[in-house]
Design a protein around this ligand. Structure first.
Ligand SMILES: [Fe+2]
Length: 303
């Protein structure tokens, strides 16, 4: 069978060309979505929608309505942004792939959310290690309609700035590298256990807990597992634990953290900023996630 160009994750010629040219910020070439790509969106949306109604936090459900997210068609980012921007100032910004850590956080600071435009292969609906448009747009962006949640993301960007400043203040090169690696690890862990896999107290939901983390909100299997399974440990968020806690991305999470509210979460991000400036996360527990060269460089070179 001859395959026409489409926007399937890992084999999209448009994305490959953008990467070859070194273009990170791109447009969404909407006409290139194939019928199969559109069908994948429909199937993903249809099967997870009842679980959102059951497990997602109320602000996410409101966000779906506020953005008029279409269950039947992959959204145009421009349409989403027209609804989103007046609510929180945020915009979904199309990217060709991985955004180095500092640049990613700095986009958040400027109320831009780097958004993948490709969609997963129709044969692999359940698990993919890299983000796709269903994860980014259906999992993350509805949360960005909430002004307080949006402030949390902006604060993450400011935390990254604080980390870059802290790094510049360290004269010894070896010590500076080690400290940056540790601070990036701490930030990645905090982001993972909140923005990607966070739970929130909610008396109206099963077990008194609702999902707000986007990794869960875009996973048909794990959203239910996170709330219902006895194989998951759920503990109140503790900053000193989270920044030292390893995680692995290739299986359901055995450990999740619960916040009281987005105000609570905002306060914890503030504490992380303080801890960075005080040098308290300059030598966190080693282990996952690995911080790669590009991430380190992005922090060290931050102007
Ligand atoms: Fe994500």
């Amino acid at each position: 069978m001859i395959r026409t160009a489409d926007l399937t994750t890992t084999r999209a010629p448009f994305i490959e060309r953008a990467r070859e040219r070194g273009e990170l910020f791109i447009r969404q070439p909407y006409e290139q979505y194939s019928d199969e790509n559109q069908e994948t969106w429909r199937r993903l949306y249809d099967r997870i929608e009842p679980k959102w109604r059951k497990y997602a936090n109320a602000r996410f459900l409101e966000g779906l309505d506020l953005l008029a997210l279409d269950p039947k068609r992959i959204p145009h980012l421009e349409d989403i942004n027209r609804f989103l921007e007046p609510l929180s100032g945020f915009q979904a910004k199309p990217v060709s792939g991985y955004v180095p850590a500092y640049l990613f956080f700095d986009c958040l600071r400027q109320r831009e959310f780097p958004t993948t435009i490709t969609i997963r292969d129709a044969g692999h609906l359940d698990y993919l290690p890299e983000p796709d448009i269903f994860h980014d747009l259906a999992g993350h962006v509805p949360m960005h309609t909430d002004a307080r949640f949006a402030d949390v993301l902006v604060r993450f960007g400011e935390v990254a700035q604080a980390a870059a400043r802290k790094a510049r203040s360290i004269e010894d090169e070896h010590e500076r590298l080690h400290t940056v690696e540790s601070m990036v690890k701490a930030m990645a862990r905090f982001f993972w256990f909140t923005i990607e896999f966070g739970l929130m107290r909610d008396d109206r939901r099963p077990g008194g807990i609702a999902v707000y983390g986007s990794g869960l909100l875009s996973s048909n299997g794990e959203i239910e597992h996170a709330i219902e399974s006895p194989r998951v440990q759920r503990y109140p968020l503790q900053l000193e634990w989270v920044v030292n806690q390893c995680f692995e991305i290739d299986h359901y999470q055995p450990l999740l953290f619960v916040v009281d509210s987005f105000d609570h979460l905002f306060g914890e991000v503030n504490r992380l900023a303080d801890w960075i400036l005080e040098g308290r996360v300059g030598n966190v527990s080693p282990g996952e996630p690995a911080v790669d060269e590009a991430d380190l460089k992005s922090f060290l070179e931050a102007a």
